[in-house]
Design a protein around this ligand. Structure first.
Ligand code: 6GP
Length: 840
């Protein structure tokens, strides 16, 4: 086991990643003995997993402390830390990724095998921490990994939910939610820090009082105080020695209760109090829920931003700096509006607790904060009922009012007669019941605002945030999302990574932005194409095996694997995909000898528990599957699979096996998408509308290697504003009519005509996401896909060119852009101090 010297470092401050398999064996045995306290013959698979994880963590903690040492001894101007504030971090399983990044996979495999254990089985033991819904939570995880890789000093601040996103089971074709008890076997990756804890106030009232220096200041007398305790998880960079920290807050009662001090009544009150305090970090809320948020979610948001900001201030002051230079120590990125209360909280801390003047505090706050928007759906823009917020966070509401008063005064100065504009810009929505608009708070209190793909940023400027763009054009940036190629290629698709290494040599995983383009030269090479297809085939066989074992459906690995995996949402249009399946089915039924390219349709994704239409779409998919999969006329040429419980682990299995990536949201609704990037990076061709990052993917991979269909965003907009009537599209298209009529008539529901009525009604009468308008274009494009798939050589070439074009979509590129445009950070670890020893 690596032994730390007195200053916390071995090798005199250098980083180590490579350990021999003999050293690792010893370390695993030590942890089995001293951490798990298990005699060898009684060690369970989980004990072996825990011991292995602890051995790997030792190395990461060592690198982390070394990173910290180097940070502290580097020049002052480099002391800037990125604080990534996010209510979600969807990290995925840690062990495999850490092994890849530390270069330890082979030595750990060898060590385990010498101990009679199998690395794959140990990896399968890990329960992934599902602390996010999807999109922005997974993005946060990719970004932490890239910051570690690029050696940007970074902390991800969030909530240590006891229950993450629900586990999804499918019962009788319906989604059933199960609690996600991810901590039940212990979590070897985190370090609890009882000494890093902060108090957070809730409820009560405010009053004026004299502070210790005799100044009149506002004092918040809370009804309740809750403590946040830090849990740290190190995140390893790829072969760089860099380590980022994920610091998650757990809520606890402030005082532990003592038996003597309480009479019986107070004792029970104290117990109740403890339970209530711990409730705050109990559970992650699913997003996409209709209606406004819950009391507890409001508490969660304030709880974690308050702990995080107090922690940042503590660290800043402990560097010996004055409070007025806070923004030189921290660049705070808020991941959507969930942490935007941090703007008001930092003002509170600076004004009420550190006694700064308002203007000075406001300068610091604006210099510190930057806001990323992740959605164009107006219903997803957060707003909190004012009365609720005022009762839970009275002081925060006062501060928001004061920010608003000053801001609207400025706006009035610029647009004196424009009351409507002022009403739109106000942080308070007063059109009916009063709400606090969190996006408005985020825009006013940040120095930078960014969208996550070029189209998205453009639409933000033109629509959702148009008024703010007119006011502060210089604040707006676009930073197109990216994904980490370490998890999403090296780890999930090792054979493809190996094949790419055979062309590009080692080292390309740190520089895919430029390196992958070199694959273009190999795209037409027949031998390389054959190897390429062989890897894909092996991945498909592996997935087919899991589908057989888990779902009991036999799928043909030679068929085209057509994959749509993402949250279930009407704007993402899984039902458009289903209409295509029904159309193909009808072709077969009309002529069982029809020439159909065999396809396996694979869906996966969770629906928000309260989103009935999304749940009905799942039921539609599974119902169509039941009919299509068992119809003898189909003769196995079409198979439909709903793969349950989509999460990072399952995604790593499905993505490498995909031939076709379905990115079929209606143009103008998907902010970016990142699944589109992961699938293309694994050699799937995309069928997509011009939405989100699809547009940029198409530019990068070449339009001849992308299957484009559907309306453009501007066309979709004008079709709707011109009075879209879906019924006309239904009546004018025979195949479409037939498919919808079948759903309505109970063809897929054993004659039950009620089951899908809400869905059919919605499509025929509203069709907000233009499914019917895009239907024909989609079907025509799918016919091109089917024809293209028959030419294996051409398909392989297109697939290689897709991967070759994916350099831009590395999260390393995205992080560099954030660093340059927004955070103004520089890397701190001197690469000469880092020794990558490789695995022995
Ligand atoms: C998602 C967007 O829907 C997706 O398009 C994007 O790729 C992802 O964020 C990362 O930027 N949005 C969310 O997850 C969300 O909760 C409020 O938005």
């Amino acid at each position: 086991m690596a032994r730390a010297t007195k200053n916390g470092c071995n090798n005199h401050g250098t980083m180590r990643t490579g350990q021999s398999s003999v050293e690792i064996q010893q370390s695993i045995l030590n942890h089995l003995h001293y951490t798990q306290a298990k005699p060898l013959p009684f060690a369970t698979r989980n004990d072996w997993y825990m011991a292995t994880a602890h051995s790997v963590r030792d190395q990461m903690l060592h690198n982390w402390l070394t990173t910290f040492d180097i940070f502290m001894s580097s020049p002052r101007e480099k002391h800037k830390i990125v604080s990534y504030l996010s209510s979600e971090f969807l990290m995925g399983p840690h062990l495999g990724n850490n092994l890849v990044n530390l270069g330890l996979s082979e030595s750990v495999r060898k060590a385990l095998s010498a101990l009679g254990q199998d690395l794959e089985a140990i990896l399968a033991q890990e329960v992934e921490p599902g602390l996010g819904n999807g999109g922005l939570g997974r993005l946060a995880a990719c970004y932490l990994e890239s910051m570690a890789t690029l050696r940007v000093p970074a902390v991800g601040f969030g909530i240590r939910y006891e229950f993450g996103i629900f586990d999804q089971e499918i019962h009788n074709g319906w989604q059933v939610e199960k609690g996600d008890n991810w901590l039940k076997n212990g979590n070897p990756w985190e370090v609890r820090r009882p000494d890093i804890a902060y108090e957070v106030k809730f409820g009560g009232h405010t009053e004026f009082a004299h502070d210790p220096e005799g100044r009149l200041a506002v004092r918040w007398i809370p009804e309740k105080v809750i403590k946040g305790v830090a849990y740290d998880t190190p995140v390893a960079g790829y072969r760089s020695g860099g380590v980022a920290v994920l610091r998650l807050w757990k809520s606890e009662a402030v005082a532990s209760f003592d038996f003597q001090a309480f009479n019986a009544g107070e004792y029970y009150k104290a117990v109740d109090d403890k339970v209530l305090s711990e409730t705050i970090s109990k559970v992650l809320y699913p997003n996409d829920e209709p209606g406004i948020g819950k009391f507890l979610r409001l508490c969660q948001q304030y709880f974690f931003v308050s702990c995080s900001l107090q922690d940042m201030i503590w660290f800043h002051l402990s560097l010996g700096r004055g409070i007025e230079s806070f923004s030189e120590s921290f660049a705070i990125q808020i991941n959507d509006t969930h942490p935007s209360m941090g703007i008001a909280e930092l003002m509170r801390l600076l004004v009420d607790e550190h006694h700064l003047e308002w203007d000075e505090a406001w300068r610091i706050t604006r210099e510190s904060f930057a806001y990323t928007n992740h959605t164009l759906l107006s219903e997803a823009l957060e707003k909190w009922p004012l009365p609720l917020m005022a009762s839970v966070l009275p002081r925060i509401v006062e501060i928001i009012f004061e920010i608003n008063r000053r801001f609207l005064d400025e706006v009035r100065g610029l647009f004196p007669e424009d009351d409507q504009r002022i009403a739109r810009l106000s942080l308070i929505d007063e059109t009916g019941e009063k709400y606090v608009r969190m996006a408005n708070l985020a825009c006013v209190g940040s120095h930078a605002i960014n969208g996550v793909a070029a189209l998205h940023t453009d639409l933000l400027k033109k629509t959702v945030l148009h008024d703010f763009y007119e006011l502060f054009p210089e604040k707006f940036h676009n930073i197109t999302n990216g994904v980490t190629p370490r998890r999403w290629l090296a780890l999930s698709n090792p054979e493809l990574a190996k094949l790419i290494s055979s062309k590009l040599g080692e080292g390309w995983l740190s520089s895919i932005e430029t390196a992958l383009a070199w694959l273009q030269g190999a795209a037409k090479n027949t031998t390389f194409q054959q190897k390429w297809l062989k890897v894909k085939q092996a991945n498909k066989i592996a997935l087919a095996k899991v589908i057989r074992e888990r779902i009991g459906i036999e799928v043909d690995p030679a068929s085209l694997f057509d994959v749509q995996v993402k949250r279930i949402h009407e704007y993402k249009r899984q039902h458009l995909n289903v209409l295509h399946i029904i159309t193909l089915y009808n072709r077969i039924k009309r002529d069982p000898t029809a020439d159909i390219t065999p396809r396996t349709f694979i869906f996966a994704g969770k629906a928000a528990p309260g989103y009935h239409m999304a749940k009905l779409i799942i039921k539609l998919i599974t119902s169509v599957a039941d009919v299509v999969n068992t119809d003898p006329d189909v003769a196995g040429r079409l198979k439909v699979v709903f793969f349950p419980d989509f999460n990072v682990t399952n995604s790593q299995l499905i993505v490498p096996a995909a031939d076709l990536s379905e990115q079929i949201s209606v143009a103008g609704k998907e902010a970016s998408g990142t699944g589109n990037m992961k699938l293309a990076l694994n050699g799937a061709l995309t069928i997509g509308a011009l939405d989100g990052a699809n547009i940029e993917i198409r530019e990068e991979v070449g339009k001849e290697n992308f299957f484009l269909f559907g309306l453009e965003a501007a066309e979709a907009q004008s079709l709707k504003s011109g009075g879209y009537n879906p019924r006309c599209w239904y009546e004018g298209n025979e195949q479409l009519r037939q498919a919808i009529d079948q759903i309505d008539a109970g063809t897929f529901s054993n004659g039950d005509r009620q089951l899908f009525r809400p869905l059919v009604d919605n499509l025929l009468n509203r069709d907000e996401y233009l499914v019917l308008a895009d239907y024909q274009s989609y079907i025509d494009c799918q016919d091109l896909v089917s024809a293209a798939y028959c030419d294996k050589k051409k398909w392989a070439e297109m697939s290689i060119l897709n991967v070759a074009g994916m350099g831009k979509f590395s999260s390393d590129r995205a992080i560099r852009e954030y660093g340059e445009k927004i955070w103004k950070t520089t890397a701190i670890i001197d690469p000469t101090k880092y020794v990558y020893a490789g695995s022995k």
